[in-house]
Design a protein around this ligand. Structure first.
Ligand code: ADP
Length: 262
């Protein structure tokens, strides 16, 4: 990333062009090193479960034939690690597909979508998710499948990092605002600014148990960006976390009559 020598005291067109070129080079360089870091993180995360699988396969080969207990322990570990790898690869594919996927914008009642998602989560997990809203109908313009994916990431995080009831609150004050609120372990203050970064995890040890790679929220941010939704997170350690997503009145709060969701 070589830069042009530009005289700092002159203001002619050539100098301006030189400056613009150099700024572009800075951006390219920054992007390039982010890509490099991403690939290196992804490789590392894939290598870890592979190493564990390799070790257990060896153990199985050496001792598993005569020892049923060792055989079972090895197979359980191998299955758990392959499941983890599957999750990681799916998340990596989602990140990579960003630019390819088509958006299907339709007008829907977001209260219906929230109710469906909350019901699905309550069915899948033995946990109480509650939808709290005074509204019957909050029409928004969105891509339903991507929006559900975004909701799923946020509800799943709330479930992973909290043992109590999780509230989903929907309100309208010009903008349509949805909050996912848990009263779980929360996030330390100095970690909050980084949680939307790829591969960022507050506590790697605690995450190993819950199975995360630090990609969920970065994927949520990526989805929110393509859906033109604002997303932000507030958290207090030991008290809980609230994620707020906002459909802006100007860009995606719909006034028109609702089409039935297909
Ligand atoms: P992961 O898939 O590892 O959960 P995320 O990108 O979704 O990764 O989240 C990044 C980090 O932020 C997580 O490692 C976790 O420590 C923290 N985090 C995210 N959501 C919550 C939450 N609701 N409560 C507490 N911590 C959270």
């Amino acid at each position: 990333f070589e830069k042009l020598p530009v005289a700092s005291n002159s203001h002619d067109e050539l100098t301006e062009m030189g400056n613009t070129f150099n700024e572009m080079m800075d951006l390219l360089e920054e992007n390039y090193s982010k890509q490099e870091e991403f690939v290196s993180n992804a490789s590392h995360e894939l290598k870890t479960p592979l190493t564990v699988i390799g070790s257990y396969a060896k153990l199985l080969q050496r001792q598993g034939m005569h020892d049923e207990k060792i055989a079972e322990e090895s197979l359980i570990a191998i299955r758990a690690e392959t499941d983890r790898m599957k999750v990681l690869i799916e998340q990596l594919l989602h990140i990579a597909r960003r630019s390819e996927s088509q958006m299907e914008w339709i007008t829907v009642n977001v209260v219906d979508i929230l109710a469906q998602t909350v019901t699905a989560m309550n069915t899948s997990y033995d946990r109480e998710f509650e939808l709290i809203t005074a509204e019957q109908s909050l029409p928004v313009v969105t891509d339903v499948s991507k929006f559900k994916q975004l909701l799923y990431i946020l509800l799943d995080n709330a479930r992973k990092y909290s043992a109590n009831k999780i509230e989903v609150i929907a309100q309208k004050n010009g903008d349509t605002v949805i909050q996912i609120r848990d009263t779980g372990i929360g996030i330390p203050k100095d970690a909050v600014p980084f949680v939307f970064e790829r591969f960022y995890r507050v506590d790697k040890a605690r995450n190993r148990e819950t199975g995360g790679f630090g990609l969920g929220l970065s994927l949520a941010k990526q989805l929110a960006d393509s859906l033109k939704i604002e997303i932000s997170l507030e958290s207090i350690e030991q008290l809980g976390t609230t994620v707020t997503i906002t459909f802006s009145e100007n860009s995606n709060v719909a006034d028109v009559h609702l089409k039935q969701e297909g």
